[in-house]
Design a protein. Sequence first.
Length: 240
Amino acid sequence: MAYEWHKPLEGKWITFSVLTFLAVIVGGIALVIPPFFLQGTIEPIEGMRPYSALEVEGRDIYIREGCNTCHSQQVRPLKSETDRYGPFSVAGESVYDRPFLWGSRRTGPDLHRVGGKYPDSWHWLHFENPRNIEPRSNMPDFAFLLNRELDTSLTRRRLEVLRTLGHPYSDAEVEGAVEDAMAQAATIAASLRKDGISLDEVQARSEGVAIIAYLQSLGRHRQAPPVATAGTASAPAGGR
Ligand code: HEC
């Protein structure tokens, strides 16, 4: 037999395990280290801005509620995905995402391009009860987010910490974080009221409003795809 040379090695299980381990380590390093030095993965793409104060809060609530366990934020460069969701995701879009929320599981649809897809009021009604919008939805309702006031005691601190990690916030943005967040919340509240949703004072500054701000920002810093492939749709498709 021509392939018997490995038999003695297989007999020595400790040596074999160590060699296998080394092979995996070398392969892993070869795969993991180079991207740290690739410009494309560490440079923001053109048009990127860090999240606003309210979006940062909304993002933290998104993580707290585990939305990322059902929703990915990574459109792959496949025709079926770009037709459905819009331009595929590139690394430079994630430079202000700590931790990134690419995800690997899609119980619900990908959300990387959901910003601007629906009006704010759509999200409000959807959080109230996803069955309001899609009768067969198995997404849990998040109505409590709509009635819980956003805690802004750490908003400024959050921006400060992100700044130490390299997110380019100005002094004014850090100092005025809470005012900025409240101003953006007021804009969203106004759009909800315009669509006929009546809000009390707490609802107008609720966690729900913060998470809507975050969702509406997703995919909106993105310019045209870097490589135009046949499968790249220019706008997100409407259907699910
Ligand atoms: C148990 C899994 C699950 C969890 C947790 C979950 N979702 Fe969903 N989500 C779904 C499913 C399934 C759909 C598709 C049906 C629908 O629209 O309700 C969906 C749809 C959506 C949509 C509409 C997407 C589109 O393009 O039409 C948004 C936005 C959304 N979810 C946001 C959230 C947010 C924000 C959270 C956390 C607060 C969350 N989801 C938590 C399962 C989930």
